[in-house]
Structure formats: C-alpha cells, structure tokens
Design a protein around this ligand. Structure first.
Ligand code: PLP
Length: 433
C-alpha cells in the first residue's frame, strides 16, 4: 500500500489515538530510516528513545534469530534461561536486588505503584504507620494506564478518563519546601523522574533528591525512580540517578559507581530490549518482601525472546564501551547546541545529560516550524512541552551526524526572522522574543 492508501485505511480502521507525521518507513540501518522509495532520514529520536543501538544492529538481529529458533514464549508458569541472566545484569547495573518483568513502561510503573501499596500494607501489619498516598511531580509523565496516568501531571492525559486512581498529590518540580510540606506518614511512595522527558528534559536538583531520600528513609515509604526514558545508558550512566551523590556523600560526581544516590525501586523499559517490548521493575530486597506468588503477574512479561535481546543489548553496550561514547558524543552535541544558542536569541536554554538533550525555544510556533523544517531536511526530532525540541538519538551517533543536525538547525533559525516577518500579523511580531 502507498502512504495515501495506508492513511485512508487507518483513518477508517484505527482508534484516533495518534496524530502521525505523513512519513512511511520501510527499513532502517544504523542511525538512518528509509522510506519505500529509498529516501533516507537521520533519526535523532530513535523511536522515542527505544532504538539505542540504531537500526539493524547485528547483535540484535543475531539474538532475535537465534532465540526465535529455540523459544519465543512459555508464559511465567515455567522456567527459561532468559530472566535470571537478564536480572543478574539489571541488578548489577542498577545497584538494586530483585526484578519483575513486564512489557512496557506504563506496566512497570503500575507494578511499582502496586509494590509501594503492598509494602506499606506489610509495614502496617508490622506496626509502622504508613498510608497509601503517592507523591508525584509537576510535569511528570509515567504512562497511560489508570495508575501511571494518575501520577502523570498534565490534565489532558487524566481528565477524559476520570476518576483515575485516587491518592496522588503533585509536588512542585525541585520544590523542596513543597515536598516537605506534602510528605507525611500518609505517603507510601514518592515517584519521580530524575531527568524528566515529556516534561521538557528537566533535571532534579541534588538538594531535592537528598530531601526525597531523607524523608522516605524516615518513614519507610518507597522512593521510586522512573528511568524509562533516562535509563539504560541514555545519559552516559546506566541510570540517571547515578549522576548524584548519596546522603553520606558517596558516589561523587564523575565516578561511575552504584554506591551513590539509590532509590528503593527503578523502572526501566524503552531501550531495554532494543525495540522488542520489555519493561523491568528493579527493587530492593526490603521492598521485595511485600510480594509473594499470585499477587501480581503477566502472561507475556519477561518472555524468552525479549530477555535474550535485552541481554544482547546490555552486553553490546558494555563491550562497545557505549556509555563512554554516549558521554563523549553527548558533550560534543550539547556544546554545539550551546554555541548555536549564542548565535540565536530564539534559543532560551540548552539542557540535558548524555544523549537526552533539549533546546528550549521562545515560542511554540517557532518550535513547530523548526520541527517541520528539520523533517523537510530529512532529520527527525520531536517537540515536547510546546516549546522544547527534544533529541533522543541512538547511542551509536557520530560527530558527523551531530554536525549535520546542528547546521540544519542553524540554517532554519537564521531564516527565521524572514519567516516571522512574512507571517507576522500587521502591527506585531509573530514570535515573541
Ligand atoms: N515513563 C516515562 C518517563 C516515559 O517517558 C514513558 C514513555 O514515554 C513512560 C513512562 C511510559 O512508557 P510506555 O509508553 O512504554 O508505557
């Protein structure tokens, strides 16, 4: 089918959940996607942070081919080789102890919320005064299921489906005083993204994370880090929380260690299995006490195929020293964007860590225009929080790709005053500056 035919069929057959770009992709290789006529697009979004090793990576191809010949699915009624092998890697790289596998980000956040409620119940049965309330953060995004969406900030995601899960309160981003005011023994968990993705690539302060850690330790509430977008190496460390120091100062910035700031649970998904759906909740031994057989589960989660691919992804990242590469190329990209900001007053801020980067512009119209122009130049990025251009490229990105993207951005922003003047309503500039 042609793009036109697919668009027309989908408009009659699918729920209208997505406002897709008019692009049809057939295959991918490295950092490029290809349309059926062979047009090549530089992909700086990697399927919203999923395709960390790019497209058609031999390690992923090999793992899929080999495992699919042996076993794709068994259910969680029986053992297979994959879960223990992957859990050993995930506990090592996160610094936590036990793993539950599911199929997506929202599902593992759902599991984390259930873990927090169950753990609070266990503690209550042991005499500790712990409630059921969950604190989440303003501008958070945790997924679309009824629990995860209840902890997601934007009204537009929650209100059409009301009532969502009750008992969530939102805390101001980096608002230590607000956190302290809202925290009490009623709270069973603080759920946060150390580096918010959909919220515009905004990073929590050391002060906020230290306060969250101290408060939760004081009552036994769980501190849950959603690293679905920022985890699995995207920021140059396995988890973004590994950029922070612990309450007693261990894990100094610059050290790659798991002895720094540590949550009680972390959720991972997106790049975990290189594009095969898989999510993981990794938690402390203490929190895991709350879960026993039959309380939670899934048919597909942690299947042999997804686990084999995830093992291959982690081993490929380690063997290829890709965390160091993400740090180096991320620094190069960020510096280039910062240079760009010096020449273009429409850039309000450049933010991010590793290959999770953002350029905030001074108007939503301009951000839309830049996105469309980048696509016309066959470079894929996206826009979040209205004014923020987001970059989540594959970890195999090279300097030449960064240079191509940054010079395209420079060209578009340089043309922009002419565009603004041409589209400005009489008597006023179109874009606030
Ligand atoms: N949490 C964060 C931080 C995310 O960025 C996302 C997806 O964008 C999710 C949760 C939900 O993940 P999924 O779409 O796999 O359910």
């Amino acid at each position: 089918m042609t793009l036109d035919e697919i668009q027309s069929a989908e408009s009659n057959l699918l729920l209208g959940t997505y406002d897709r770009n008019p692009l049809l992709f057939e295959r991918g290789e490295g950092v490029y996607l290809h349309t059926p006529d062979g047009t090549q697009y530089l992909d700086l979004l990697s399927g919203i942070g999923v395709n960390a090793l790019g497209y058609a990576h031999p390690a992923i191809e090999h793992a899929i081919a080999e495992q699919s010949r042996k076993l794709i699915h068994t259910s969680n009624l029986y053992y297979h080789q994959g879960q223990a092998a992957l859990a050993a890697r995930l506990t090592r790289i996160t610094g936590l102890d036990r793993v539950f596998f599911a199929n997506s980000g929202a599902e593992v956040n759902e599991a984390a919320i259930k873990l927090a409620r169950a753990y609070a119940g266990l503690r209550r049965s042991e005499g500790a005064p712990l409630g059921t309330k969950i604190l989440a953060l303003e501008n958070s995004f945790h997924g679309r299921t009824m629990g995860a969406v209840a902890a997601t900030w934007k009204d537009k995601y929650r209100e059409p489906f009301a009532p969502v899960m009750p008992g969530v309160e939102f805390v101001r981003f980096n608002g230590v005083a607000d956190l302290k005011a809202k925290f009490s023994t009623d709270v069973c968990a603080i759920l946060l993204e150390v580096l918010q993705g959909e919220g515009g690539i905004c990073q929590l302060s050391q002060e906020f994370l230290t306060a969250a850690r101290d408060l939760t330790r004081s009552t036994g509430a769980l501190l849950i880090a959603d690293e679905i977008q920022s985890g699995m190496g995207r920021t140059g460390r396995w988890c973004a929380y590994q950029h922070y120091v612990s309450e007693n100062g261990s894990g100094a910035p610059g050290e790659r260690s798991s002895t720094g700031w540590l949550p009680d649970a972390v959720t991972l998904a997106k790049p975990l299995a290189g594009g095969i759906p898989l999510g993981a909740l990794v938690c402390s031994e203490e929190a895991a006490r709350a879960i026993h057989a039959g309380m939670h589960g899934t048919t597909f989660g942690g299947g042999p195929l997804a686990c084999a691919v995830a093992v291959a992804v982690i081993d490929t990242i380690e063997r290829g020293h890709l965390l160091d590469h993400v740090t180096d190329i991320g620094t190069y990209f960020r510096n280039k964007l910062q240079q760009l900001a010096q020449n273009h007053s429409a850039i309000v801020e450049v933010r991010g860590l590793g290959l999770m980067l953002a350029v905030e512009l001074d108007s939503a119209d301009l951000a839309k225009h830049v996105l469309a122009e980048m696509m016309r130049r066959r470079i894929l990025i996206n826009r979040t929080s209205e004014t923020v251009l987001r970059f989540l490229p594959p970890y195999i990105l090279q300097r030449e790709h960064v240079d191509t993207a940054v010079s395209a951005l420079s060209e578009i922003l340089s043309e922009q005053p002419a565009v603004a003047a041409a589209t400005a309503p009489a008597g006023g500039a179109h874009h606030a500056r």
